[in-house]
Design a protein around this ligand. Sequence first.
Ligand SMILES: Cc1cc2nc3c(=O)[nH]c(=O)nc-3n(C[C@H](O)[C@H](O)[C@H](O)COP(=O)(O)OP(=O)(O)OC[C@H]3O[C@@H](n4cnc5c(N)ncnc54)[C@H](O)[C@@H]3O)c2cc1C
Length: 503
Amino acid sequence: MAADEKSMIIIGAGFAGLAAGIYGRLNGYRTEIYEMHNLPGGLCTSWKRKGYTFDACIHWLVGSSPESSMNSIWQETGIAPGREFVYAGEYCRAEGADGRAIIFHADTDTLEKNLLETAPQDKEPIMDFIRGIRMCSAFDFPSENEPLLTRIRKQIGTFFTFMKYGNEFRKWTKITGEEFASRFSDPLLRQVFREIWIPEFSMVFLFFTFAYLSKRNAGYPIGGSMPMSEALERRYRELGGVIHYNKRVARILTNDGRATGIRLVDGTEYSAGRVISAADGHATLFDMLDGKFLDAGIREQYDTWPVFHSLLFISLGVNRKFDDMPLSVSGLSFPLKEPVIIADRMRDRLPVHIYNQDPTLAPEGKTVVTIMLESDYFYWKKLAEDRSLYVQKKEESASLIIKLLEQRFPGIADQVEVTDVATPLTFERFTGNWKGSFEGWLITPKNSYTIMKPMSQTVPGLKNFYMCGQWVEPGGGLPTSIMSARRLIKMICREDGTKFKAV
Ligand SMILES: Cc1cc2nc3c(=O)[nH]c(=O)nc-3n(C[C@H](O)[C@H](O)[C@H](O)COP(=O)(O)OP(=O)(O)OC[C@H]3O[C@@H](n4cnc5c(N)ncnc54)[C@H](O)[C@@H]3O)c2cc1C
């Protein structure tokens, strides 16, 4: 590829890298993606084992509703056309030792009624929660693909919504799930609100999740993650984009304050007018760029901002139908008869996700079940110094979990046909994400300003170099990865004095 200003090298074929390629091609750039894995999708992936498909990612896709302004990004990138979405009635449920189940319904009215019936004494925090969801439901952000009049109407609507809720909105960005949970007197509700997402997370994130669910704008795509990644790759190739798989980038080459190309781990070098990294942020800045283009702000982020925790992720292929279980976005959790140490910590509840919303993932009459547990990266890193100990701990953890599942689903141990265990090191090995994080930066009160003011996609002192993806989009997720790529190509078009095109 001739290294003129119309040429781009993109590092990583995850959602952000592929989207950068798509929007780059739509705007006349010659793009080549270098991906270290042999597959597209990065974290948005799944894998097959003996007739079962185990999915590492998608629970809900924000923007699934054709009425949503965000849906246009799924149309532009080839993901929405022909895709079928399922809308589960529940986000999750938490069962208590006292026989109660706290159900987090997707529909806000049903959620309100059910929570008030379950814990009338906690009316005040429950109603704050419901009001927060309704506040976030009121936002209807415009998309530039909509007709001009619709856009203007939505812009005016968004302005007035901010006028009405601005202070309230700002207040909730500063309150974490953990702080909010402490307001409940019902012990089960207190525990559940702490665990429903991530305790450090700003409450606004939770409100938006439920607002999207209630508006049927966060469906589960039938077939799961990999078909979406393949659709993205297809769209990119149809536009004439080039991808090189099994090519790990070791260095971003620079000369006189400009990015000029890349060097792969095998030593080969490639040049381009621009380099975009859609790979892990830490590896990009501290390894590929050798820590040479940092300022105090970037250092502070990497020193102090918390990341989404790494996971012990157990997938099971089970010869059983779960017709009695309601469809759910993220499953149920149940109390263990007594606390048990699984891998690095003591657990008193077990979360279980039953994929009965998607029969395509398992043979007829059978079901995929996953258990996703927070687990420390450094614990597994240390164990892996002795390969046999690491493998032993993986096997031990899976056997223990299957045994514990018997407490809630008697007979399941004999029905498990396939077991697959992914640790934080698995996530790191396959996607390069820092400390095995599954979604990049958490949105906490400290960095909640990024909801309104996006992070920079360039670094100080280096021209022609850019970043996109979850490491420049706190909160992570597929829509934000795509949107950051879209925003970036728009910025590059501006630099070149051309009008951005998305179709
Ligand atoms: C368990 C789980 C559940 C999730 N649930 C949801 C959900 O329900 N909804 C949702 O929207 N999001 C969800 N996510 C988050 C979503 O998957 C991620 O935020 C998103 O996929 C990130 O995309 P990305 O392109 O920014 O990064 P990545 O997917 O990490 O892509 C980076 C790419 O760069 C490549 N790469 C890295 N280093 C190099 C190198 N040196 N050279 C070449 N290539 C390199 C990697 O192999 C990878 O392909 C979930 C994630 C997980 C793990």
